[in-house]
Design a protein around this ligand. Sequence first.
Ligand code: CUA
Length: 436
Amino acid sequence: MRLFTFFTTSPARSLLARWSRVALALGSALLVAGCDLNFWRMDGPQSTINTAGPVAKNQLEIFYVTVWVTFVIFLLVAGVLAYAMLKFRARSEADEHAEPPAQSHGNPLIELGLIGASVLALVIIAVPTLKGIWFTHDVPEAEKENAYTVNAVGYQWWFRFEYPNEQIENVGQLVTSNELVIPAGRPVHVNLRAMDVIHSFWVPRLAGKVDMIPNRANFLWMKADEPGYFWGQCAEFCGDSHAVMRFRVIALGPKEFNEWLEEQSSPARTVVSGETADANKATAQFASVRTDWKRNEPGYTTKYDLDPLNAWREKQFPDKGEDAAQIAQGRKIFKEKNCVTCHTIRGHDGIGTNAPDLTHVGSRTTIAAGLLENDAAQLARWIMHPEEVKPGNKMYHGIGAMRGYVTREADGKVVTNITVSPQEAQALVAYLHSLK
Ligand code: CUA
């Protein structure tokens, strides 16, 4: 009781108030000083604030309208609250025990005014929202003729991209994985499909997000105003490795896009001994290779000192110092280790469609569904220890009833039966990186 009295008397109260103010000030200072300032700039690679196309821009505008309307409401409510708290605060002992003043109700002016204001706020938000729903639904009628169509298919945990307009003789449509190349400045209609569970297709700077649902023909459209390199992400929980199911979108000008299509439509490249690469470009590196990886770490640079689009361009050229013998050995291992069951390398070996098409994997900037940089160290790591990078992945566990991929030990630990030695991995990396 004495304690209670102490805390309810005025001197103790003002002491408490003073200390809480000090704590608040200290906390705010720490928050500002300790946080990554990039957070406040909001220009990260998956920023919805830093838009690069009309669909994302429209969605951002709706967001801003909502924010401003609610901000004004917040200011009004907080202002009235602050006014009431200051004006009618207890100033003396007598005030604290005073009876509440007479209550009033039934003021038609205030009630109608508040109803009117609420309706107005909703209308201000509803008009751009409804317009946005129509605009973002599909490519505008006026631009339909200029639209390009691609199919995006979600798998656990990667994306397959199909180009129905690019038919390859005796093969069918052009297929790539995890890096979607689109024409810049043109609307792109993306058909969304899923092979196993529900995924969601999201490219924050361009458009998003729409679910990829098995047996349901969803779609979205997007447009990159300028050539660029954009990050994408699966945005619907889809199992163990949902958080690391990423992809990239590369938007190219018309000439470069057509060159890319032509290049990708050709079968896999074969390196012949004694033949030097037709370009002396070094392999593009996004970041220095790290050796202190932890489980599930992105393995992807956070430094933006290198233009990723130009890094992608360099990736289209053969690496310096290719070793034809090692590449040939890698191709042999690729066949022997059963990689061919799930992967296709068109023109070489493999007809599998359970896993990413690797015909031109060397020309991609990322592997493991946009998770790791496509450099030698990361690719070797991914081949040797896929479970460490992407828990639950099929390269480690096999698919469905595929037997013999893993053994469950007595303590419940799952161990893969397909092992790759560091030397084998090196040869595989040399082979896969030769596939430009
Ligand atoms: Cu696919 Cu989440």
